[in-house]
Ligand binder design. Structure first.
Ligand code: AMP
Ligand code: GLY
Length: 421
């Protein structure tokens, strides 16, 4: 079986590394991939929003299965596009992708199936939203409905901030807005719970906690993710049962009632309040950098898992994990998440010596004339698995010290809640 991976970030390099180890995959193509994937697979420069072009390439290269990394192509219906072809797609349908594509879709599903989530109101006009904010309690959360690349969520401490957010959203900051979501602020600790699903059965696919803010101590603007660790310190059997029974199973049932099903990874973003899970968001894909953090812990052949999922036979798979602690630190370009330079040389990568359990996973990089260049905001993911989070973090920092990239920065406190244990 030949496989194509759609995407070019750290998540996609991690998927590629794991599929490379599979006994069930012949050749891997990355569309378009990055410098890391170029070293172990064949990159294909292509516009991944053009599904016709992807289809042509699949025919030309005899690609039988596509693994979709990012949400955008899923929300735009790549699964449905390939439905009548021989090419299998590991990822959910357009309707099921609304779980990430529309926060309001998810909230309505929560209401219908009594899935625990923060209390909310949906407003279709600016005026009604502003009036509601006059009598609300603070902090409060304001959200734009559609995909907003991790932006579009405002945690507002004051009435003024919340009104500004509503006005920005209705003024089209995240595209034409038909409505706005106003949510109760939940105070707790976040945890991400992952499942893999074949349309019939689902299995757990680890937990993680990420750090979204750019600054140490979780301060400053939101980013795609500055680092993560897995497993989450919050997970336990009782909590896991609640997540499955109160959140995941009613969601999958809800999708069935909409005449669709879920195939692929589902990322369940939760707020844990006194060992009770509340759904904050769904993502219809693996997290980034959670994917880089989790996959090195997987013992089972990942290619076999993906293929069995596409054959609706996940039940036959036993998914096994290493009993290790994984921690990932993201090396970013100076200026990220705002403006940063592109096309900067990355020295000290080619000759970098790393040990077993250590991984340098590429994100926004290109490989040109035997040199590595940074092109993205998030550039490299340094991942270490070991017997303790403290050790994993120490080793990750040592690697970053060796790389010593003057044009970049990283958070030195990733996993601070677990590394001091
Ligand atoms: P979202 O894109 O919906 O995941 O929101 C981004 C981030 O905003 C989440 O990871 C949380 O840190 C925070 N957040 C979103 N909704 C809430 C809420 N209702 N209460 C507290 N924090 C929230
Ligand atoms: N790390 C957060 C995300 O992938 O959405």
């Amino acid at each position: 079986m030949n496989i194509g991976i759609i995407g070019s970030g750290g998540r996609e390099h991690a998927l590629c590394l794991k599929l490379k180890q599979s006994n069930f995959i012949n050749k891997i193509y990355c569309l378009p991939g990055n410098a890391g994937t170029a070293l172990i697979a064949e990159n294909i420069e292509i516009d991944i929003d053009n599904f016709d072009e992807i289809k042509k390439k699949c025919t030309e290269k005899n690609i039988n299965l596509l693994v979709i990394g990012p949400e955008k192509q899923l929300v735009n219906g790549i699964k449905d596009f390939f439905k009548e072809t021989d090419i299998k797609v590991f990822g959910p349908s357009k309707i099921a992708s609304q779980l990430e594509g529309s926060k309001i879709f998810t909230k309505k599903l929560c209401k219908k199936f009594k899935i625990p989530t923060s209390k909310f109101e949906i407003f279709e006009t600016q005026d009604t939203a502003l009036k509601y904010l006059d009598k609300s309690n603070y902090p409060i959360v304001i959200k734009a409905d559609g995909l907003a690349s991790g932006k579009g969520v405002y945690i507002c401490k004051t009435k003024n901030d919340s009104k500004k957010a509503v006005i920005e959203i209705f003024n089209g900051k995240f595209g034409k807005a038909k409505s706005v979501l106003v949510e109760e602020f939940l105070k707790g600790e976040e945890m991400s719970y992952f499942i893999i699903c074949d349309g019939i059965k689902y299995k757990s696919f680890q937990t993680a906690q990420d750090h979204k803010r750019v600054g140490e101590g979780d301060t400053g603007p939101n980013t795609g993710g500055m680092g993560a660790y897995s497993p989450s310190r919050l997970n336990n059997k009782i909590l896991e049962e609640k997540i499955k029974k109160k959140i995941i199973e009613p969601t999958l049932q809800g999708l069935k009632e909409l005449n669709t099903e879920y195939l692929g990874f589902l990322y369940v973003g939760l707020m844990i309040v006194k060992n009770e899970p509340y759904l904050i968001e769904y993502n219809v894909r693996m997290g980034d950098p959670e994917c880089q953090t989790i996959l090195p812990l997987l013992k089972t052949d990942f290619g076999q898992i993906v293929i069995s999922c596409c054959n609706r036979d996940l039940n036959s798979q036993k998914i096994e994990w290493l009993d290790k602690k994984s921690l990932c630190i993201v090396l970013c370009s100076n200026g990220y998440p705002d403006n940063y330079k592109k096309n900067i040389i990355l020295e000290n990568i080619s000759n970098l010596e790393i040990q077993k359990g250590q991984y340098v996973i590429h994100a926004g990089t290109k490989y040109i004339n035997n040199n590595f260049y940074a092109f993205g905001g998030r550039v490299l993911n340094i991942v270490v698995t070991s017997d303790s989070f403290k050790k994993s973090k120490k080793e990750a920092l040592e690697i970053l010290n060796k790389i010593n990239w003057k044009d970049g920065f990283y958070r030195k406190d990733i996993g601070y809640k677990v590394t001091e244990l």
